[in-house]
Ligand binder design. Structure first.
Ligand SMILES: Nc1ncnc2c1ncn2[C@@H]1O[C@H](COP(=O)(O)OP(=O)(O)OP(=O)(O)O)[C@@H](O)[C@H]1O
Length: 204
């Protein structure tokens, strides 16, 4: 599956943020979107996830598959209920993701997803008691619950320590090794080997 952007422009509040973006992301490729605050990184990601319409141009995959059906979008929000346990939250997401779209492939169980982020012991705890970094890691484990080829990640490692960051880079690398694609807005770098960089700049 290839993600193709052609002459893409994004706007917010009537203001064009970027225009003329064309790129192709092929199986096994990752692209990091970088640029100063407010330049339009999140806007681009939301368009790529099918959550926002392009102002101009197009972005999509072949076969007319809907972007929302083939992608996971992880924003800076964790999307978990504080009073439910970690396992209850992830079970909800697994059911929600599986029910929302046509199944593309098998996902991990809740236990396997938690193990992948090193947090299996937190399963019975209320999500609200976890540390900031642990909350983030649980939120990232959602990527594994349902297989979707395109991972769209908005500042995914915010609040993670160096070891957790490295471990998450490993999850992305594994996803790419299985033909997955990743598009990530970052302020540093995710340290993904071979990742391309798309630099957004203010329009003059
Ligand atoms: N719903 C909205 N209505 C009007 N303007 C908006 C809306 N959402 C975002 N914007 C504006 O669009 C611009 C781009 O926002 P965006 O979140 O895409 O930037 P970003 O590059 O991701 O920034 P950061 O690095 O701070 O996360 C900002 O000026 C923001 O204020």
């Amino acid at each position: 599956m290839e993600l193709v952007a052609d002459g893409l422009a994004g706007a917010r509040g009537g203001q064009t943020l970027f225009e003329g973006l064309s790129f192709t992301l092929r199986p096994g490729e990752a692209m990091e979107v970088v640029g100063p605050n407010g330049v339009g990184k999140t806007t681009l990601l939301r368009i790529a996830a099918g959550l926002l319409a392009p102002f101009e141009g197009r972005i999509g995959v072949e076969n007319g598959l809907r972007l929302g059906d083939i992608s996971h979008f992880v924003s800076s929000l964790n999307g978990m209920k504080s009073t439910l346990t970690v396992a209850e939250n992830l079970r909800f997401w697994k059911r929600f993701q599986a029910g929302a779209t046509e199944r593309i492939g098998e996902g991990a169980s809740v236990e396997e997803a938690l193990e992948a982020v090193g947090l299996e012991a937190t399963a019975p705890l209320p999500f609200g008691v976890l540390s900031t970094g642990q909350k983030r890691r649980v939120a990232l484990s959602r990527l594994l619950l349902e297989y979707r080829p395109l991972w769209i990640l908005d500042e995914p490692v915010l609040g993670l320590d160096a070891a957790a960051e490295q471990s998450f880079s490993g999850l992305i690398a594994r996803h790419m090794a299985h033909g997955g694609l990743a598009l990530a807005a970052v302020h540093g770098s995710l340290g993904i080997s071979g990742a391309r960089t798309l630099r957004l700049g203010a329009l003059s």
